[in-house]
Design a protein around this ligand. Structure first.
Ligand code: HPA
Length: 275
């Protein structure tokens, strides 16, 4: 079965349970999954019931697709994502994005936990992703390698302007209204799972990255390949500085927990105003 048929199979299984057509897909990163609790009229489908979906194994990541209304919008929320460092291929990592697209989502909001590379930033800061550096992709671990199915998107999709300007403007307005500072910057994806060495952090900074994490970039590529608008938001869960203390997963989860209400309010505010 080719990937198009596998997407269709997953879509059909989910559609059996659907009571609305989702318009916005959301991917919730480490420690941020609880936002899905705010869904109204929620229908929840465990990943194990969806053909082609894997089972997340990382603490802080659940495995379910929740659909309902958030900020008045029909949304489909991936609660738990798959990481390259878990051993999944880039195609497996991004399969759920294909399914969101097939379900009817034309917009994707991706969130993640990231290390801040700038010494003047703080734990708990929120950053809108203005652009990305996909290091594993540039090195050959790219979700679009292989035959291209034109029904899913073009052979050579452009990535300049991948992050939608209108959604960016909306996020800025909503953040300002809520009194939440919103930083903007370049997100760099590394494969992980080790945190970066001091020399690697200096390298990333020299490349022009403002935040570093182990997800998101392949999902953004596949969303753009499928013609979705993308808004990316990072929560700075730790400072990743060459002369700072080493990062650890516990602080990443704790920062996610603390920032959850602000993060949730921003996303709900954006959804409520989205046209
Ligand atoms: N490095 C890589 N990934 C991360 C970090 C980090 O410091 N923090 C959260 N995800």
């Amino acid at each position: 079965m080719d990937v198009y048929d596998r997407i269709e199979q997953a879509r059909a299984r989910i559609a059996e349970r659907l009571t609305l057509t989702p318009r916005v897909g959301l991917i919730l990163g480490s420690g941020l999954g609880a936002l899905a609790d705010a869904l109204e009229q929620a229908v929840v489908v465990p990943y194990r019931d969806i053909p082609g979906f894997q089972q997340p194994k990382v603490a802080g990541h659940r495995g379910e697709l929740a659909m309902g209304r958030l900020g008045g919008q029909p949304v489909a929320v991936l609660r738990g994502r798959f990481h390259f460092y878990e051993g999944y291929t880039m195609q497996e990592v991004t399969f759920p994005v294909r399914v969101l697209r097939a379900l009817g989502c034309d917009t994707l909001i991706v969130t993640n936990a990231a290390g801040g590379l700038r010494p003047d930033w703080q734990v708990g800061d929120m950053m809108r992703i203005s652009d990305q550096i996909f290091l594993p992709g540039m090195a050959g671990h790219h979700p679009l390698i292989g035959p291209n199915d034109e029904r899913l998107g073009p052979r050579f999709p452009a990535m300049v302007g991948a992050f939608d300007d209108e959604l960016a403007a909306l996020a800025r307005v909503v953040a300002a209204e809520q009194g939440t500072p919103l930083r903007e910057g370049v997100y760099c994806m590394v494969a992980g799972p080790s945190f970066e060495s001091a020399a690697e952090l200096r390298l990333l900074r020299a490349l022009g990255a403002d935040a570093v994490g182990m997800s998101t970039a392949p999902e953004v590529i596949v969303a753009r390949h499928g013609g979705m608008r993308v808004l990316g938001l990072s929560l700075i869960t730790n400072l990743a500085l060459p002369d700072g203390p080493p990062a650890n997963h516990e602080e990443v989860l704790a920062a996610g927990e603390q920032a959850r209400p602000r993060f949730a309010a921003l996303i709900q505010g954006v959804l409520a105003r989205m046209t």
